[in-house]
Design a protein around this ligand. Structure first.
Ligand SMILES: Cc1cc2nc3c(=O)[nH]c(=O)nc-3n(C[C@H](O)[C@H](O)[C@H](O)COP(=O)(O)O)c2cc1C
Length: 988
């Protein structure tokens, strides 16, 4: 057989491939299908026949490529191994991904997640993005649950997956792309380190748990890590992009869409034709093991190949009119899932996620679903290809399906179940808040073992972060205005059993958190003078059950670089001036902090993947009298590309003045042992240069939280919070010790939906009679008395002085001589003739509360509407109305997540003459980004031609005054200005 040298395709460029690879591939196929392409440094294999041949001969076309980008990006996974090693690893993955398992175990979960994220997309309103608001979070959450990465969020999975596959596709060798990939690499490893012990102790159906129990093969840890990263990389974009492309195909081919909606069996054909048309994984690599000839072209041993699946699936020798999307064409095997020994393991999962669940649900629920007429749909990629932007609109929403069928679901609003929530921390209170809205007829009671409510807000949030604690003001409203009952000083499990509670209530939600400090898993980890950071935080917050604070020695090691570790280090190193305005427990602070001269802050990660928020480091850098010393951080480039690196650099730029205290930061150093023999004498850590022994007097561990003895259920046993209808978990007890206060609000909304579904389906009734008053229980007025007593007792430089024993709390709760101030007034009666729309943008609910307060202030007779910016498009704004925008700020000075689509849409909007005013809610301790999110909305409205009326107002959450108070004052000014503007309009 004659053979030729490979033709050189030097006209092919990566940007062209990214934009639209198909014309390039068409030409390459026409020229034979095997080319040397200098731009990508490999031979591209583009014809169906050539691709197919490589897939069937792994001895000749090895997956184990030298210098593989994928190995660099994700580690050496089974995708880059040949048999027999590949087979062993593949076998370990299979039991979790087999079609029967997908059907029995995973499909119900896919359905729940599809409902959840479709609801969220619907809540954003037409103009939402089908990829980023539905397909991506849906695929990420499914993957998270299959893997068993219970300590990560779906957002983590999205970030990891995207940056890992970007690195895998980094043929342009962009250093930034590598850096992001490396960060995710380290984060995934840290998450695995954290969660694997849990899976060892709690065998379950997830992939991680299954891998730890393979009967005949003890897979080395490094291989588990690499394969999990590969699964994160490929397991997300494949279903996401298949769903996106399939939906796009439906929107652009109405006749085929009509056929599929009329005959749901066709959704599988839609799925397969979409994969053929645009394969999500467009290219993978192989390496030639010995000189050979492929389709008449000579390939030398060692040649690196790019197998172009996107191209093979459009080969005109196999398919007629291959560029056309056509579900009616003759079925021929496409190569999107590959063939041969490497055929995709996740194929059944992707098929169930997309064809069985998401596509039918999407097109059944959204009537008139169409591409957004004003914003472009975009697609890109060649190594991985999918929709990058897919704004959509729709005409109407149908109900969610049998579980929430219309008559029952809407009926749920009138059903009056009794709900008990155990735990009044953020997750308990947010659950009460969401249930109030979802089930207005329900009676909701919140139990707490202390006479004081708010759990983590009162006893876990650092005493000098009063801004974060101000979320309690919105919880007050639950008990003063919204009819939720607080039942304090009741310990469920002792004063009343869980069974008794369940008999007395139709539904019980356990939101008791995770309080115990996780043990430091090194020798000496439980010596005397090893303390948990949770306990230290509670002591500094005056928790009544923690006893007397220990007097710490001159040198203290704090283990961990998360925000809890930084909170502890900051509080212990603050001087008296730094505690002004806090509600610190002074006695405890003095005992703990008085003797400290040096703190070693020890973390195992490098700076770029440390767990802290950079703002926490900057806060420490701002404290006077502290010299910072940084070990193991490398160069710390000052190019402003990494906020963590910048923050750590700022430590070195501080001038301590008179040095009171030294903080030594250790990056990339893992704890090895605590030396004793009886009490702590030294902390030994291991870094790149070996072990270092640090003489210390005390060790504080901030390495996570676990369930305390007496926790009512095993933590983390469900993903949706439903243990069974009628018994639910919320907050950290459900999701594990991760997530901020705003995250609890999002979760609480999802849980309220789950409970509402159970009420709607009749699984939860409305027959229970509630629990009679228990001896010794206290109520919300009891808490108001405690609150008053603590505030009256405060010196001018303290927010309050906490009562630190149960007896003192109970005495205050029952102190009849304390006269309570009247409950918050309903309003001060401002008025305007102009109809008003109040728009809010929030994450933890404060802005919504302010919006409601303003509504109340404007009075019953007025034409006032309150609306979430998440549900608003610029086109909804009515020039006849005045718009009051109340917005928080998040991230690094950004608009709250739910309001980002609105903010983005303002870019193309035309709002000439529209009147608005802005009230920003922020926190002054974010010095560079104080209230920036609301400023961005203000700027975008002005740029769209809208006219601001009155001053821009703002509230500082770290200050002592409530947001509602400041907002009402601001509103007075706005209304005065509005009256002038209106009068001028009339005059004109
Ligand atoms: C993670 C996080 C990031 C934040 N970032 C900023 C910021 O950059 N600038 C700012 O002024 N406030 C910032 N804040 C403070 C919030 O905007 C402020 O607490 C606000 O009152 C919260 O309103 P909400 O309850 O409606 O979400 C941040 C708060 C959190 C929890």
């Amino acid at each position: 057989m004659t053979s030729i040298e490979a033709p050189v395709a030097d006209w092919v460029t990566i940007p062209d491939l990214y934009r639209d690879p198909f014309p390039i591939y068409e030409r390459l196929r026409a020229e034979g299908g095997v080319h040397w392409v200098p731009e990508v440094g490999r031979y591209l294999i583009t014809s169906y026949q050539a691709v197919h041949e490589t897939e069937l001969a792994q001895d000749l076309y090895s997956a184990d490529e030298e210098g593989s980008l994928q190995i660099r990006a994700m580690g050496h996974s089974m995708l880059r191994r040949d048999d027999p090693e590949h087979y062993l690893e593949r076998k370990a993955w299979q039991p979790v991904l087999r079609p029967g398992v997908v059907k029995r175990t995973w499909t119900a979960m896919f359905r729940r997640n599809a409902e959840r994220y479709l609801d969220e997309m619907i809540a954003k309103g037409p103009d939402a993005d089908l990829i980023w608001d539905f397909a991506a979070p849906y695929s990420a959450e499914n993957l998270r649950q299959i893997l068993g990465l219970r300590n990560a969020t779906q957002e983590d999975l999205q970030r990891w997956s995207q940056t890992l596959i970007n690195a895998t596709a980094n043929y342009a060798d962009d250093p930034e792309v590598w850096a992001e990939g490396e960060r995710s690499f380290a984060e995934v490893d840290a998450a695995l380190d954290e969660i694997l012990p849990w899976h060892l102790a709690n065998p379950n159906e997830s992939l991680l748990s299954t891998l730890l129990r393979i009967p005949d093969y003890d897979m080395p840890m490094e291989r588990i890590r690499a394969n999990i990263k590969m699964t994160i990389g490929g397991g997300l974009n494949e279903p996401r992009d298949a769903l996106g492309v399939a939906a796009w195909a439906m929107l652009t081919h109405p006749d085929q869409r009509a056929a599929a909606t009329a005959d749901p069996a066709l959704w599988h054909t839609v799925f397969d034709e979409s994969l053929r048309w645009i394969a999500p994984i467009g290219l993978y690599s192989r390496q030639v093991t010995r000189d050979t000839v492929l389709c008449g072209v000579r390939l030398p041993a060692g040649a690196r190949l790019g197998i172009c699946v996107l191209s093979a699936n459009r080969d005109e020798n196999v398919w007629t009119d291959a560029d056309r999307f056509d579900i009616h064409r003759d079925v021929k095997p496409h190569l999107a899932f590959s063939k041969g020994v490497h055929v995709c393991l996740g194929a059944w999962v992707a098929r169930a996620e997309v064809a069985d669940v998401a596509l039918p649900m999407l097109f059944e629920r959204l009537d008139g679903l169409a591409s957004c007429p004003t914003r472009a749909t975009e697609i890109g990629g060649w190594v991985f290809r999918g929709m990058t932007n897919m704004p959509v609109v729709w005409d109407a929403v149908r109900d969610a399906g049998p579980a929430a069928a219309a008559p029952v679901a809407s009926g749920a609003r009138d059903v009056a179940p009794r709900v008990a929530i155990v735990g009044s921390g953020p997750s308990g209170c947010f659950t009460a808040q969401s249930l109030r809205r979802a089930l207005p007829a329900a009676s909701v009671e919140v139990f707490d073992e202390l006479p004081a409510p708010y759990g983590l807000v009162r006893y876990g949030v650092a005493a000098d972060h009063q801004g974060t604690k101000s979320v309690a003001r919105q919880f007050d409203r639950l008990f003063t205005v919204e009819g939720v009952r607080f039942r304090g000083n009741v310990r469920v499990g002792t004063d009343v059993t869980l069974d008794e509670l369940r008999r007395a209530y139709d539904a019980v939600v356990l939101a008791t958190g995770l309080h115990a400090d996780a043990a430091l898993p090194v020798p000496g980890g439980s010596l005397e003078r090893v303390h948990g950071a949770g306990r230290i935080t509670r002591l500094l917050n005056g928790h009544p059950d923690e006893g007397t604070a220990p007097a710490l020695g001159a040198t203290v090691a704090v283990i961990g670089h998360g925000n809890v570790a930084l909170d502890v280090a900051r509080l212990l190193s603050r001087d008296a001036e730094g505690l002004v305005g806090s509600d610190i427990a002074d006695d405890a602070h003095v005992r703990l902090a008085r003797g400290i001269r040096a703190i070693h802050l020890i973390g195992r990660s490098p700076v770029a993947s440390a767990k802290f928020d950079p703002v926490m480091v900057r806060e420490l850098a701002g404290l006077p009298g502290i010299r910072h010393v940084v070990h193991g951080a490398g160069d710390l480039p000052g190019d402003g590309k990494d906020a963590r690196v910048d923050a750590v650099r700022s430590l070195l730029e501080t001038d301590p003045g008179g040095e009171r205290l030294r903080i030594e930061w250790w990056f990339g150093h893992a704890p090895v042992r605590v030396e004793g023999p009886d009490r702590v004498t030294a902390m030994v850590v291991a870094g790149p240069e070996g072990e270092v022994s640090l003489p210390v007097d005390d060790v504080i561990t901030a390495v996570g939280f676990a369930a305390a003895p007496g926790t009512l259920v095993e933590p983390g046993t469900t993903d949706d919070g439903r243990i069974e209808p009628g018994l639910y978990t919320a907050g950290w007890l459900r999701r594990g010790p991760r997530g901020t206060i705003p995250d609890q609000r999002v979760d609480a909304r999802a849980l309220a939906r789950t409970i509402t579904d159970d009420v709607a389906s009749g699984a939860v009734g409305a027959t229970a009679e509630g629990l009679a008053d228990l001896p010794g229980e206290t109520d919300f007025d009891g808490w108001r008395r405690i609150d008053l007593r603590e505030r009256l007792g405060a010196t001018p430089d303290r927010e309050r002085v906490k009562l630190t024993s149960r007896a003192a709390l109970l005495d205050a709760a029952r102190e009849a001589s304390l006269t309570l101030p009247p409950e918050p007034a309903a309003g001060v009666g401002l008025s305007t003739e102009t109809p008003v729309t109040i728009l809010f943008a929030t994450e933890s609910g404060g802005a919504e509360l302010v919006a409601q307060e303003l509504e109340g202030v404007l009075g019953d007779g007025a034409d006032v509407r309150v609306q979430d910016l998440a549900d608003t498009a610029p086109g909804d704004l009515d020039p006849a109305r005045m718009h009051l925008v109340v917005s928080a700020t998040y991230g690094d000075g950004e608009v709250p997540t739910s309001a980002r689509p609105f903010h983005a849409a303002l870019a193309g909007a035309e709002l000439a003459g529209l009147r608005y005013a802005v009230f920003g809610m922020g926190d002054r301790s974010y010095t560079k980004t104080y209230s920036r999110g609301s400023e961005l909305i203000d700027e975008a409205l002005a740029a769209a031609g809208a006219v601001r009326v009155g001053e821009y107002g703002r509230h500082d959450a770290s200050g002592p005054i409530s947001a509602a108070e400041v907002a009402v004052e601001w509103l007075q000014g706005v209304l005065a200005e509005l009256a002038t503007v209106d009068a001028e309009r009339v005059a004109v």
